[in-house]
Design a protein around this ligand. Structure first.
Ligand SMILES: Nc1ncnc2c1ncn2[C@@H]1O[C@H](COP(=O)(O)OP(=O)(O)OP(=O)(O)O)[C@@H](O)[C@H]1O
Ligand SMILES: [Mg+2]
Length: 444
């Protein structure tokens, strides 16, 4: 570590001894023999750390310390005090010295004090770099966004990342709810622990309990071995409950208990397990409406909604579209090992003006396809007949409803290679309703 240390000591022999010792440890050493020459040296180029003797001619190390703390508060300071003068040590620490050594000290004590201060200096520097990066950041752990509404979201995520507060993330499909949850986890002290995402809409109701809370062997038919629940698996980390609005009412009750008491009980078990898990939930539904209609527990809603975060739709942050295009071009090119392709001016214009009903996900998908196929036509196609707000009308002669429904289902299944969760989501349909309809049309 090439930390620069200024040694201030008026006895030349003593100073050279210390300088030699620290140089041998790889530190960059500068020397001064008085407070005045130390100040000149610091003005020239501030070191990371000052190691000063207390007694220095007519002035003292204390004068230097006060100067340094006033003019260069980020510079570390260690004071060497004469044997037995504990009041000097106390004064030095009170005046802002990072540490003191009382003479005579061992080489080991000096090295230890220096490396301790060096470490805290490095941490301070890192924090500073981090917070200045955060104040004008264009992205937050993978979330791109410079629009004011996104900056507000980043601020909020940063503020709550250090806490264990439960967070409810709302926003339309494809706006980055999951990415925001991952960012929160990454920014938290739990970053090195598990992040477990659960799609509440995709677990069949009868398995939901075992999935979330675990089950003892034999707890129900088919439970041939112990099942560790997702919450338990996330102990120490974060659980992301996606599509929380789809959680069956019974499981809502158990989740509420977990949020209130921090304990779960595996299905078929007697004893409770105490867990340390941060819960982040997301929904594209209006949960208040779900509460009003009796499908979602009100108390659970308030428990989850301690800190609401709303991901704005892409149409409300149009100034970010260009930045996102660039981001995804690079990302997908890197992912497939291709060169970053160019988009024509007309192509760009289309993308910048398009209304993006599928939000960031749609943008990402289109760019991914473009990187793979290089077909700009496809990149700039309006997503066509099945668009909700504009662009299509039912034929004047009327339609065959059942056939139409079957076609929508089939198209969704084809589009997502049979992935029902995605297909259902694409149709804006509740997973169970989707399964019911698939079955009705014999599409399973
Ligand atoms: N601001 C952003 N910057 C970069 N990538 C983003 C951003 N927002 C979303 N994405 C990307 O877009 C895709 C969709 O995001 P994500 O899955 O987080 O959305 P979502 O809100 O959870 O959607 P859904 O409601 O459909 O589950 C992901 O690939 C994600 O990485
Ligand atoms: Mg999602």
């Amino acid at each position: 570590m090439s930390l620069t240390i200024l040694i201030v000591e008026d006895e030349a022999g003593q100073r050279q001894l210390i300088a030699g010792m620290l140089r041998a440890e790889g530190y960059q050493i500068r020397e001064a023999d008085s407070v005045e020459s130390a100040i000149v040296a610091i003005k020239e180029a501030p070191p990371e750390l000052v190691f000063s003797d207390w007694k220095l001619g007519s002035l003292s190390g204390m004068d230097l310390l006060l100067y340094v703390k006033r003019e260069y508060p980020e510079v570390g300071f260690i004071m060497a005090t004469a044997y037995g003068t504990i009041t000097h040590a106390v004064d030095a620490i009170q005046a802002g010295a990072d540490d003191y050594l009382s003479k005579p000290y061992q080489r080991q004590a000096l090295l230890l004090a220096i490396s301790k201060v060096a470490r805290s200096q490095a941490l301070k520097k890192e924090n500073k770099a981090l917070s200045s990066a955060l104040s004008e950041q264009q992205s937050l752990v993978g979330l791109v966004g410079k629009a004011p509404c996104m900056q507000k979201v980043f601020d909020r995520l940063n503020r709550i990342s250090g806490t264990d507060a439960t967070v409810l993330i709302g926003g339309e499909s494809g706006t980055g709810k999951e990415l925001a949850a991952r960012a929160l986890h990454q920014l938290s002290r739990r970053a090195s622990k598990a992040f477990i995402a659960i799609n509440c809409g995709a677990i069949p109701e009868n398995l939901a309990e075992a999935e979330l809370f675990g089950a003892e062997k034999g707890a129900f038919t088919g439970a041939t071995s112990l099942k560790v629940g997702k919450l338990e698996a996330a102990d120490g980390g974060t659980v992301f409950l996606d599509e929380i609005g789809e959680l069956p009412l019974l499981q809502q009750t158990k989740l509420l208990r977990f949020l209130q008491e921090g304990v779960v009980t595996r299905l078929g078990a007697q004893k409770e397990l105490k867990l340390d898990v941060r819960v982040i939930a997301a929904t594209h539904r209006d949960l208040r409406l779900e509460v009003a209609e009796g499908r979602f527990r009100e108390d659970l809603f308030y428990r989850l909604n301690v800190v609401p975060v709303i991901m704005p739709p892409l149409r409300e942050r149009r100034e970010d579209i260009g930045r996102l295009i660039e981001h995804f071009l690079k990302l997908h090119a890197r992912q497939y090992g291709f060169d970053v392709p160019k988009i024509s001016q007309e192509g760009m214009r289309f993308l910048l003006d398009y209304r993006w009903p599928g939000n960031v996900r749609e943008l990402s998908n289109r760019i991914e396809r473009f990187v793979l196929l290089g077909d700009e036509q496809e990149l700039t196609q309006d997503s066509g007949a099945l668009q909700q707000d504009t662009g299509w009308q039912l034929p004047a002669e009327g339609i065959e409803w059942e056939a139409f429904e079957a076609r929508c289902l089939a198209e969704a299944m084809a589009r997502f290679d049979g992935n029902r969760t995605k297909a259902a989501k694409w149709l804006g349909m509740n997973y169970k309703a989707f399964l019911y309809r698939l079955d009705k049309h014999h599409l399973v």
